[in-house]
Design a protein around this ligand. Structure first.
Ligand SMILES: [Zn+2]
Length: 327
């Protein structure tokens, strides 16, 4: 008897998934085993482990024997690995007096309206706050650069929640604060991890989150006002790479750990225009991307639901399968 199953998800070129062939008399046990795997094990975590093993194993054996080897190995890992819970990683900066905003935007303001014990004897605290849309960790709605783009409240949730990948460009970006992420950065990543899956949340780690909240190091200037915009220096996504992604891949949304999708010296904000024109939201001033694996994290990026908003403060978090955590 012959049985083919699969674990993981994505399109046919997605290396996050592997298939196995099993050819023996106990084939009837396979559906049960798959149920257990998919119900109780960190699904994506096991896939990541298998992916690493497959990448590092020389092709000494081939065909169905090789697939059987991987299937048995997956079972051994499943039954012997110590159980570790998946972890949540916070990808948002705190909003407070230090929060970095675009030089022409008002910063975050918070005013206490109540604090302390009331006359009735209970403790009570409340504040008023005010904020520009585009500051701190925030979302750029397509409406930001496209007249027909979604406003914040219109963005489909499927563009805000889903599987994430992280492309690490920090080695080059930290050497050049005017670095623009290239098509090659993306295709090099795909050489190792496989084609970007459809509907993925694509995150770029430039390494600049480490400078937060030092404005000089993070964005090139501490000055504010219109004149300061000329002095901005930080990495972004090159318009050619944005256009390539829109044309050749199906991306749900794009985020990075700098103040803008376009690099600091951009004058026309072409990357914003291209992505907004394709209804792709952006996440800016994201942090902690170095705590995520290149593949396998589940991203939840929920902005304040501002009606007609061109952007909004964003709480973005990631669920990381235990096997994908960097120790
Ligand atoms: Zn923005």
């Amino acid at each position: 008897m012959y049985c083919i199953g699969k674990l993981g998800r994505g399109d046919a070129n997605d290396k996050n998934r592997f298939s196995y062939a099993y050819n023996c008399q106990i084939v009837m046990h396979i559906p049960t085993l798959m149920d257990i795997l998919q119900t109780y094990v960190s699904h994506a975590g096991l896939v990541i482990v298998m992916q690493k093993i497959k990448r590092n194993t020389p092709a000494l054996i081939s065909g169905s024997i090789r697939n059987l080897f991987y299937a048995v190995l997956a079972c051994v890992i499943f039954f012997t690995l110590p159980v570790r819970a998946d972890k949540w990683v916070d990808l948002s900066h705190i909003f407070n007096d230090d929060t970095i905003y675009w030089p022409t935007s008002k910063g975050f303001e918070m005013k206490k309206t109540a604090e302390g014990k009331t006359e009735k004897g209970y403790y009570y605290s409340a504040n008023d706050f005010a904020s520009s849309e585009h500051g701190g960790t925030h979302l750029d709605a397509p409406l930001h650069f496209s007249e027909t783009g979604y406003g914040v409240e219109q963005i489909p949730l499927s563009r805000l929640v889903g599987m994430g990948v992280v492309i690490d460009v920090s080695r080059r970006a930290l050497k050049n604060r005017d670095y623009q992420i290239t098509i090659k950065d993306i295709t090099d990543w795909e050489q190792v991890y496989g084609r970007l899956p459809n509907n993925v949340i694509l995150l770029f780690n430039t390494g600049y989150a480490r400078f937060w909240p030092d404005r000089e190091k993070y964005m090139g200037t501490t000055e504010r006002g219109a004149a300061a915009v000329q002095k901005l220096h930080f990495p972004g996504l090159h318009p050619d790479a944005a256009a390539w992604l829109v044309k050749n891949r199906k991306i749900a949304s794009i985020g990075l750990d700098t103040p803008s999708l376009d690099y600091g010296q951009s004058k026309q904000f072409e990357t914003h225009q291209i992505l907004a024109g394709a209804q792709i939201p952006g996440f800016e001033n994201v942090t902690n991307l170095d705590a995520l694996p290149p593949t396998g994290a589940m991203i939840v990026a929920l902005p304040m639901k501002i009606g007609g908003g061109s952007g909004a403060p964003l709480r973005i978090i990631a669920r990381v399968p235990s096997a994908g955590l960097r120790d």
